[in-house]
Write a protein of this length. Structure first.
Lengths: 177, 343
């Protein structure tokens, strides 16, 4: 593993950051949660953010937090689905295929919610009474968010993105063979 | 003051409003609604439309790309099952779309070799080298493994080609003597050995062929030319069990090779296992329904089964074909007419 500054990675994968924040805002809209401020991309840490009201409903909180995971994965998979076979299996991609791979990987790499999202979810869990089943679901999600966040130091986000880009098309093909 | 609600200033506009406690953010309804209606910036909408557009473009391409992915996977599966004719068809489909893929050209190369289409195999090797001049270790190993076999099984040493040129106008006996002398000092030139055995076969020197070919076949169990020669040799020598072992080996190498089944048909016919011969012949015919030689062999099988109608039907097709060589035509016609007592 070699060290590349996180900022550089973020710049190289900026579409993923934009889509991540867009997904948060989109889910805020859908759950009628007011958004106070949005930054889709900037130089700094975090590279993007969405400031919204803290929903009282734990379900809404969860949905807003995992919004990027849903949206980024769907878009990332769609983008890499066809290009992956051309580039990785047949090593015969054209410019558009490589562009799709870069775009798809960038978006997939930013599919994990941030530790800020995890903290907001933990705070919402503390304030919520009952809903034991939902809280039980939130704990592993929070765990995965932290694993994803710390794992990015060892390229876990890239490994995840590559695995999805490589394996999903193969899986689809194997369903029909 | 209402005991269920509190009043306070809106955090945004400062107006007095009733804070119901339902929401975390202390803003009035108007401000809440304006926050909810916060639009996406135009550039974000444009950006997301672009992303979605490319995603849709990818989705539109999906059926065709998936078809090639499936063809490639099927081809690999078929290849593992030794169904090399069908595997080749799948790889050819993919190669039309990805002609510059070294992986696909390698699969084609391998399939042409397994199907005995050696000229096309060598042509594909040239394409492969043009695409990938400096392949990595494992890829080069795969290619070289096949190239080594092709050179061994289908290419004689330069010395043999020169010899062939020199002896082409000599008598059969003189040719034999020259080739036999050559082979004494070129035991590794198995194509030369095969060529000698070809001459021996014309002279019905079956035991000499056995002595020369069997050790080589043991060293190179997937050498098809050797198998194709040993099967009829064992058959003519009456060593039917050994012939059967060899034809089963040949079929196993490529279960879609119709001529492997035809070799087997003749072994079974010699033993008067006509029903078994018919079963094998029908497999060959299913694989290559328009092949005139196979139709001729079908005529033979039905002749021995006593089915005059089918014999006549297949013989007519065989005789109408323009690609049948004279000796084969004479052979089959003479058996079916009863002139040649083959068994």
């Amino acid at each position: 593993m070699f060290f590349i500054p996180g900022q550089l990675i973020t710049w190289l994968t900026f579409p993923g950051v934009i889509v991540h924040e867009f997904a948060h805002q989109l889910f805020c809209k859908w759950t009628k949660t007011p958004v106070l401020d949005v930054c889709y991309f900037r130089v700094g840490n975090p590279a993007g953010y969405v400031v919204h009201e803290n929903p009282r409903d734990l379900k809404v909180n969860l949905l807003i937090d995992i919004g990027p995971f849903i949206v980024n994965n769907i878009l990332g998979i769609l983008l890499t689905l066809t290009a992956s076979l051309a580039v990785f299996t047949f090593e015969s991609g054209d410019f558009m295929d490589y562009f799709q791979i870069w775009l798809g990987l960038s978006i997939l790499m930013h599919s994990f919610p941030s530790t800020g999202d995890a903290k907001a979810l933990m705070a919402a869990m503390k304030e919520t009474e009952g809903q034991a089943l939902l809280k039980a679901l939130c704990y592993p999600i929070i765990g995965l968010i932290y694993i994803g966040a710390f794992g990015s130091v060892i390229w876990l986000d890239f490994i995840y993105a590559s695995a999805v880009a490589l394996l999903v098309p193969q899986l689809l093909v194997s369903l029909f063979v | 003051m209402d005991s269920e609600n509190s009043y306070g200033s809106c955090q945004m506009c400062g107006r007095e409003h009733r804070h119901s406690g339902e929401y975390d953010l202390p803003v009035c309804d108007d401000c809440r609604n304006s926050l909810l209606a916060r639009p996406f910036p135009k550039w974000i909408l444009f950006f997301m439309i672009l992303i979605l557009g490319i995603s849709v473009f990818s989705l539109v391409k999906l059926p065709s790309v998936l078809a090639y992915g499936i063809a490639y996977e099927k081809g690999q599966q078929l290849s593992q099952e030794h169904k090399h004719v069908s595997a080749l068809q799948q790889f050819e489909k993919v190669a039309k779309i990805f002609p510059k893929s070294a992986e696909i050209q390698f699969r084609l190369y391998e399939s042409y070799f397994e199907n005995g289409r050696i000229d096309e195999a060598y042509a594909t090797l040239d394409k492969l080298i043009a695409i990938n001049e400096k392949p990595d270790g494992s890829f080069a190993d795969k290619v070289n493994a096949i190239t080594d076999k092709m050179d061994l099984y289908y290419t004689a040493n330069e010395g043999f080609y020169q010899l062939s040129d020199q002896i082409k106008d000599m008598t059969l006996e003189e040719q034999l003597e020259k080739i036999e002398t050559y082979i004494q000092t070129n035991q590794s030139d198995i194509l030369a050995i095969y060529s000698l055995c070809d001459l021996y076969y014309e002279m019905e020197r079956y035991t000499d062929i056995e002595a020369l070919l069997e050790p080589k076949q043991e060293s190179f169990p997937d050498w098809k030319l050797g198998l194709n020669t040993l099967i009829p040799v064992k058959r003519e020598l009456g060593k039917y069990d050994e012939a059967k072992d060899y034809y089963e080996t040949l079929i196993a190498l490529n279960v879609e090779d119709p001529y492997a089944y035809i070799s087997a048909v003749k072994v079974e016919l010699k033993q008067k296992n006509d029903a078994k011969a018919l079963e094998l012949a029908q497999k060959a015919l299913a694989l290559s329904p328009d092949d005139s030689y196979i139709q001729g062999v079908m005529a033979m099988v039905y002749y021995y089964l006593g089915d005059e109608k089918q014999t006549k039907q297949y013989l007519e097709k065989f005789n109408a074909a323009k690609d049948v060589d004279q000796s084969t035509s004479e052979f089959i016609n003479s058996i079916v007419s009863g002139q040649l007592v083959w068994r």
